[in-house]
Design a binder for this molecule. Structure first.
Ligand SMILES: [Zn+2]
Length: 533
């Protein structure tokens, strides 16, 4: 049993009862979550149906641990009395986990049934082009490569068909989610999701507005540049959303394949390992546990997983010789070093980031280095200065384009849950016109908003990335002030990140963590300075 160094003067009985509860409860959560993470790793590296079943079963078992209403009440009472900051924070984490499981069981069951049904419908839906069924990949391929504007328009229109088909079912799900939120006394689901992550929805919408205003001119200029290129490339003056390279205009359409030449002669894993070494951080252990290359049955994307909150941290990648994969490996290892850096003496419950946005900030900051001219000079020693300059420009474009997409999604979701009965297609296009500055073609009566998978199945999610980007730029600015360099390849950088950003884990809220790392609250200013001036 642990010897506690100092008992708080007051409420020592409650303190002791809470400690007894933790000693009994946490090992059960820890055991179940290690099992779940291993099942998840097995599933993603093999694609086996048994692993999928195991993962789903363990997922439910883990949730059930946070279900008991009596325990939830006791946690609330202990929280009233607690004064020790580590007790307080563990209670905060536990209360938020228990709270979302206090939604009536029948309602939770209805929601997961509807979600499962929708997931299946998305997977099975095949739109038609000229009377022929096509896949999503075929549509993406056309938007990436086809030169004929008519063919592009048909493909783009086909990509929206799923929205019209599934919108009524999504609206039923929105209603159920709002019912769940109201059961926990939140005005709607959007606000509940944010509150449970310690995000103030008014602040979020306000800070996104500020970012939008401060980057508006830069984005306007970029859109004109993009349109000029598109008119030239497609030899037409009649542009539309189908002139972009993806169905939602969320990616940089000028993305330059030529940049891949930059990484043609390097070993991406080796270059990434050296990059972190120069920062004074050894990623050898993470790489040794990782699954790095393409294989049959394996998940085709990338992620980082902390199996046990001790030192078993793994990344999954599908490395190929491209800029995308240099960025991705740096990104996932950025998550990895964050997880590796938690103070080992923290209680298990606090060995995690306080919010996804802080670990994303680290990962995004690292991933960006693949496109920053000065970092590229170190990552790829023999790279051509002209190409490196192009990479710099492409990073700026990607940031601006993606930020606009997040603004659309966040504003739309906030309105969708506030008033699902309004004309949602009109709302969707008014936001696309406002933020992405892309004119709406004739789409009345359609359900284009519902064509985006995340609206129904990964709700209230994108905003973390944009907050993460803002935080990343603020961290970069702080590091520059201290080290006098914009490059991260310096042991001093590793040390600052380790002590300030990683080590505290979730012992403080993300707001307090940001203040302690950058000395102020997160604002769009550093991001605007870096990408929109
Ligand atoms: Zn990430």
């Amino acid at each position: 049993m642990n010897q506690t160094h100092e008992q708080p003067l007051h409420n020592s009985t409650d303190h002791r009862k809470f400690q007894e509860f933790l000693e009994e409860f946490v090992p059960r959560v820890e055991g179940k979550s290690v099992q779940l993470n291993k099942a998840c790793w097995l599933l993603e590296t093999t694609g086996l149906a048994d692993a999928a079943d195991l993962k789903a079963a363990l997922d439910i078992e883990l949730k059930m641990l946070f279900n008991h209403p009596g325990t939830y009440q006791r946690l609330l009472e202990w929280d009233q009395e607690a004064s020790d900051p580590i007790d307080k924070r563990q209670l905060n984490v536990l209360i938020r986990s228990f709270k979302q499981n206090q939604i009536p069981k029948e309602l939770l069951a209805k929601i997961s049934q509807k979600e499962a049904h929708l997931a299946q419908s998305y997977a099975q839906f095949r739109p038609m082009i000229d009377g022929k069924k096509v896949t999503e990949n075929q549509i993406r391929e056309i938007l990436k490569k086809a030169k004929d504007p008519i063919q592009r328009k048909k493909a783009w229109e086909a990509s929206k068909e799923v929205g019209g088909e599934l919108a009524p079912m999504i609206l039923e799900l929105v209603e159920l989610r709002n019912q769940a939120a109201r059961a926990l006394a939140y005005p709607d689901y959007f606000q509940m999701q944010l509150a449970l992550q310690e995000i103030d929805s008014t602040w979020l919408l306000h800070i996104f507005d500020e970012l939008s205003l401060k980057s508006d001119k830069a984005y306007e200029k970029l859109v004109k540049e993009i349109q000029k290129e598109q008119k030239k490339h497609f030899q037409t003056d009649e542009l539309g959303p189908w002139s972009w390279s993806d169905p939602f205009c969320q990616e940089d359409p000028l993305n330059n394949q030529a940049l891949d030449q930059l990484v043609q002669n390097i070993d991406i894993i080796q270059a990434s390992e050296t990059f972190y070494q120069k920062m004074g951080i050894d990623v050898g252990g993470i790489l040794a546990h990782s699954d790095l290359y393409e294989r049959e049955g394996k998940n085709q994307h990338a992620f980082c997983l902390n199996i046990d909150r001790k030192k078993d941290i793994r990344t999954l990648n599908n490395v190929q010789s491209s800029m995308k994969w240099l960025e991705t490996v740096l990104h996932e290892l950025g998550h990895g070093i964050y997880e590796l850096g938690f103070d080992e003496t923290l209680p298990w419950l606090l060995r995690e980031p306080p919010h996804m946005l802080s670990t994303e900030a680290m990962a995004l900051l690292a991933g960006r280095q693949a496109y920053r001219s000065e970092s590229l000079a170190e990552l790829v020693v023999s790279s051509s200065p002209e190409l490196r300059k192009e990479a710099d420009k492409s990073l700026c474009r990607r940031q601006l384009v993606f930020s606009r997409w997040v603004l659309v999604m966040t504003a739309f979701e906030s309105e969708l849950y506030r008033d699902p009965k309004q004309d949602l297609n009109q709302l969707w296009w008014s936001l696309v016109e406002k933020y992405q500055k892309i004119a709406c073609p004739n789409r009345s009566g359609k359900g284009d908003w519902a064509a985006k998978y995340h609206i129904s199945l990964a709700p209230v999610y994108y905003f973390s990335y944009l907050l993460g980007e803002m935080f990343a730029s603020s961290i970069q600015e702080m590091l520059y002030k201290v080290t006098g360099s914009r490059n991260l390849t310096n042991p001093q950088v590793g040390k600052i990140l380790q002590t300030k950003l990683f080590s505290p884990g979730s012992s403080m809220s993300w707001v307090e963590l940001a203040r302690s790392v950058i000395g102020k609250d997160i604002t769009p200013d550093a991001w605007v300075k870096e990408f929109a001036t």
